[in-house]
Design a protein around this ligand. Structure first.
Ligand SMILES: Cc1ncc(COP(=O)(O)O)c(C=O)c1O
Length: 397
């Protein structure tokens, strides 16, 4: 009854762990969830007010399938203001979240048998979306010593005649790493020799950077513009995960193909969310800055704490709201109950079931030596969660 396509897809591991954590909480177990991929803040009030106004004004109809012209123009203005990138409104397609933007972009470009390079650790949805598009995900392993960033050598080794595209994510989910301008220039100089390879640049965490300013691949390598699709959205920077609003900015031919697919699959994103999106990009950025500062404090805290645990290695991530410590030394150890921790999935489940803290195993992201810890929780919860993690890890022998 079920198609091969659907059978071939794995459900999201992140959602699985979050689901189990919620179930335990419903049963009355005290669980702190460090597994979710969403800010713990409310959407800023000026954005909510724009949506309320849209509702009371009766702005209830379908919009243009690529998004309201006013929002497409607003996105172009934002790309110029924040990223110094020039796009025409016709080169923007608004979707129901960046996830859909990536999915439709892959459907629009990838054919059966095409390879798509995905540096690991990767965001869980990339390989599955490539498979749904009929392509073959090619996972490229990166190293902890390079903060899990792809090197030019690793890229060169992975590229071949079948490579159709590469998906880059900076700031990264799950590692929080951000590519510098020089690193992106170096990757671009390798891509120069493969002029047909499309670059999908997922920049959804761009407003959550702590050290330097966000660098888009198109800032470092403007010559790639005719084959780069920038993916972005409102979920993370403005705490708008439930509003479902994202977009692509890219070459006209890809944008037109995505628009065509979207017109048959989902029409346009919600008219109310689009009004909210206009308010987000034209209104004050103060709440975004406040969230960024709060994330930075928590990052500094959690990295210090994790580094103080025997056996845990942790680099300082420069963006997003995740840390991705290396915990491979705990694999092979035993729990007080006598169970062996063979994988990071075992480790995450042990921390959840026995110590009430939910993390996501590195296995889900294609990196079996790490775990992802989201610090999108209050400082109080974070302190308690760290104490539980310390307790859990030190009980292993
Ligand atoms: C790297 C990355 N890209 C895209 C998305 C999807 O975002 P959206 O809520 O806009 O669909 C997420 C959400 O977790 C993400 O972490």
């Amino acid at each position: 009854m079920i198609s091969k396509r659907a059978q071939n897809i794995s459900p999201s591991e992140t959602l699985k762990i979050t689901g189990r954590a919620k179930q335990l909480a419903r049963e009355g177990v005290s669980v702190i969830s460090l597994s979710a991929g969403e800010p713990d803040f409310k959407t800023p009030s000026h954005i909510c007010n724009a949506a309320i106004e849209a509702i009371t004004d009766g702005f209830h109809g379908y919009t243009m399938n690529t998004g309201m012209p006013e929002l497409r123009e607003t996105v172009c203005n934002k790309l110029e203001r924040d990223n110094r990138l020039k796009f025409e409104p016709s080169q923007i397609v608004l979707s129901n979240g960046a996830k859909q933007s990536i999915g439709f972009s892959l459907l629009a470009t990838v054919d059966e048998g095409d390879e798509v390079l995905i540096p690991a650790p990767y965001w869980v949805s990339y390989p599955e979306m490539v498979k749904m598009a009929g392509g073959t995900p090619v996972v490229v392993k990166t190293e902890f010593v390079n903060d899990y960033k792809l090197t030019p050598g690793q890229l060169k080794d992975a590229l071949n005649k079948k490579t159709k595209a590469i998906i880059l994510c900076s700031p990264s989910n799950p590692t929080g790493s951000c590519y510098t301008r020089e690193e992106l220039e170096d990757l671009a100089s390798v891509l120069k020799n493969y002029p047909d390879v499309i670059i999908f640049s997922d920049e959804i965490y761009e407003y959550i950077v702590f050290d330097d300013e966000h660098v888009s691949i198109l800032n470092a390598a403007p010559q790639l513009k005719d084959r780069t699709v920038i993916v972005n959205g409102f979920s993370k920077g403005f705490a708008m995960t439930g509003w479902r609003l994202g977009y692509i900015a890219g070459p006209q031919s890809i944008v037109d193909a995505v628009a065509k697919i979207q017109s048959q699959e989902t029409s346009a994103p919600s008219s109310i969310s689009q009004k909210a999106g206009i308010a987000a990009y034209t209104g004050t950025m103060k709440p975004v800055e406040e969230m960024r500062k709060a994330f930075k404090k928590r990052r500094d805290f959690i990295v210090d704490e994790l580094r103080s645990i025997d056996g845990v290695q942790c680099f300082m991530p420069s963006g997003a709201f995740y840390v991705f410590p290396d915990v491979h030394v705990f694999l092979g150890k035993r729990t007080p109950e006598g169970d062996t921790i063979s994988t990071t999935t075992d480790l995450s489940l042990y921390l959840l079931e026995k110590h009430g803290v939910a993390t996501v195993p590195g296995d889900a992201f294609g990196e079996p030596g790490g775990i992802r810890i989201s610090y999108a929780v209050s400082m109080e919860e974070l302190k308690e969660a760290v104490a539980r993690i310390k307790d859990g890890l030190s009980s292993l022998s």
